[in-house]
Design a protein around this ligand. Structure first.
Ligand code: NOJ
Ligand code: CA
Length: 569
């Protein structure tokens, strides 16, 4: 195992969504033994850090982000013993493991919440936010305020048989916990120590931005939606108390372990403010995931747009990467990712299924060689893409989508419009079973899986067929990761300067690292057609390329669809 201090700077991360990764026991659901059976595959790919989405006991309202027992592995996924075996087997292969730690809410089935509901005077009542509802002029009971949650409903749910409500900024089965309560905080520190003592290498900290709320619980005065609710993230994001909680977490727990902490901070934070979390000296965690580079094709909130209107705004995408790099790289470690289990497939987002091979390789190369710790989402290495779903109910595996469908129907959107939008934006797209081979159910399971398998596994989009093809995405990925981990390449990326070349070019993402007279350049065409790019450097080495000849004439590259290079110049 690489025991260097700050080992994550040498890591290539890989995100596993356990439910859909590999089923080992024939119940149609991915599980821990399934992950163990694929550790050699991951090791061969070259990744050495796994972020595994939640594995803990849960009624699965939000697919494991609703935890009902932090100390117990969800029986769907295996046992606590299986989890320990996973840790040992991963470590034996020099692979480290981050678990997904949900701090903002529990399941409503968690014993803390059950006690809080049963007994108003219990200490657990103080672990959550209970407030009285308001009466309107007709005497009707309304939620305490107009806050809307992330899953398309009011952020409040009435307690049955009472005029109390509890706060839930995600699903109503996920009550928010009160980080202002010192005892609650201690309960989370105990859980963290439990797993660190067991040997986990760190945490992906879920929904971290939201731990502190505006405790006045006053109405938002921002513009309301058609039902009078406001999704005003300022009311529960990145508020000052949050940083005090995290400083305490660091002091009491993180600083005592050699562990990596990666917070999900979402879309509302500026690079400057992100340093409040992850500044190497003053911050409390190691790095943060932002969302700024995820939706630069305009798919987010695009229900009124036609498919033709969805197009990658490459200038914006480049500017977003640059603004984070410019502010952060001297002060903080940074993760790199295209998408995760909360987004559609990157290949459908920024690539093109008509150029599956070229665009998957291009996207990997562009991401992998930037400054930071890359995280590859499972399946991207074999070119998995979005599914063509047919009806709104096909998206009901996601509680957020399910609520949204109801909302849009009330707003009068047609079934076609809803499906068109969710086909391009739903996170269900990233959660279909992993395609291992051209066998029933793509070799994910020997029975019908919990979720539909993308049929394209029959057309070569599966790991086994990919491994057998020398020009495949997976073989390219393996080679690219190998190159990325070479000390001489890493040094240029880690220590050199980085800049985007011709940032106003609408179609080409090109960047350069420079260190000690060495220059590393990536040139990537983000379009499904030929584009031109001026190039004034002398090429010393073509390290990676996704076509087999080079069209460079008098300082002008002709870049074919999704063509990309990694060059030494
Ligand atoms: C972020 C997680 O990645 C997502 O899947 C989940 O729905 C929310 N946090 C709530 O926990
Ligand atoms: Ca299973």
């Amino acid at each position: 195992m690489n025991n260097n201090k700050n080992w994550w700077r040498d890591s290539i991360g890989y995100i596993i969504y356990p439910e859909s990764f590999k089923d080992s026991n024939g119940d149609g659901i991915g599980d821990i033994q399934g992950i163990i059976s694929k550790l050699d595959y991951l090791h061969d790919l070259g990744v050495n850090l796994l972020w595994i989405c939640p594995l803990f006991d849960s009624p699965m309202d939000d697919n494991g982000y609703d935890v009902s027992d932090y100390y117990r592995i969800n029986p769907r996924f295996g046992t606590n013993e299986d989890f320990k075996t996973l840790l040992e087997e991963a470590h034996r292969r020099d692979i480290r493991i981050l678990i997904d730690f949900v701090l903002n809410h529990t399941s409503d089935e968690h014993p803390w919440f059950q006690m809080a509901l049963r007994n108003e005077n219990s200490k657990e009542r103080g672990y959550y936010f209970f407030r009285k509802g308001k009466r309107d002029e007709n005497g009707e009971l309304l939620p305490p305020n107009n806050w809307k949650g992330f899953f398309a409903t009011s952020a409040w749910k009435q307690v049955e048989g009472s005029d109390d409500f509890y706060l839930h900024i995600f699903s109503e089965k996920m009550p928010d916990v009160n980080w202002g309560n010192p005892e609650l905080r201690e309960r989370y520190y105990e859980i963290a120590r439990f797993y660190l003592d067991m040997g986990v290498d760190g945490f992906r900290l879920d929904a971290l931005a939201h731990l502190a709320k505006d405790l006045s619980f006053s109405d938002s005065d921002k513009e309301a939606d058609a039902s009078g609710l406001v999704l005003d993230t300022d009311k529960f994001s990145n508020r000052p108390e949050l940083f005090a909680y995290l400083a305490e977490f660091k002091e009491k727990v993180f600083s005592h372990y050699d562990c990596l902490t990666v917070g999900e901070v979402g879309g509302e934070i500026s690079p400057q403010n992100s340093l409040l979390f992850s500044d190497r000296e003053k911050g409390s965690i190691n790095m943060v995931f932002n969302f700024d580079t995820v939706w630069d094709n305009g798919a987010y909130g695009s229900i009124d747009k036609t498919d033709e209107e969805i197009r990658t705004n490459l200038i914006e995408l480049k500017q977003n990467f640059k603004k984070w790099y410019d502010v952060c790289h001297e002060h903080a470690d940074m993760p790199l990712y295209w998408c995760n289990h909360d987004h559609p497939r990157v290949l459908s987002q920024y690539g093109d299924v008509r150029f599956r091979n070229e665009s998957a390789k291009m996207l990997l190369t562009t991401l992998l060689f930037m400054y930071g710790t890359p995280f590859i989402y499972n399946g991207d290495e074999i070119g998995m893409s979005n599914v063509r779903w047919e009806k709104p109910e096909d998206f009901y595996g996601d509680v957020g989508n399910k609520n949204s469908v109801k909302y849009w129907r009330r707003q009068g959107y047609s079934e076609e419009e809803i499906v068109r939008f969710l086909n391009r934006s739903s996170r269900i797209n990233a959660r279909t079973p992993f395609q291992w081979e051209n066998a029933p159910y793509a070799g994910f399971s020997n029975v019908e899986p919990f979720e539909r398998v993308n049929d394209n596994y029959k057309e070569g989009v599966n790991a086994l067929d990919e491994m057998n093809d020398p020009w495949s995405i997976i073989n390219f990925s393996q080679y690219a990761i190998y190159k990325r981990r070479l000390p001489e390449i890493k040094e240029i990326i880690d220590k050199g300067s980085w800049d985007i070349l011709d940032i106003r070019h609408p179609d080409v993402f090109a960047y350069m690292h420079e260190y000690n007279g060495q220059r590393l350049i990536v040139v990537s065409n983000f379009r499904p057609y030929n584009v031109f790019f001026s190039f004034y450097y002398r090429i010393h080495d073509v390290i990676l390329h996704n076509y087999d000849n080079v069209l460079l004439d008098d300082h002008v590259f002709t870049l074919r669809p999704f063509e990309c290079f990694l060059l030494k110049v």
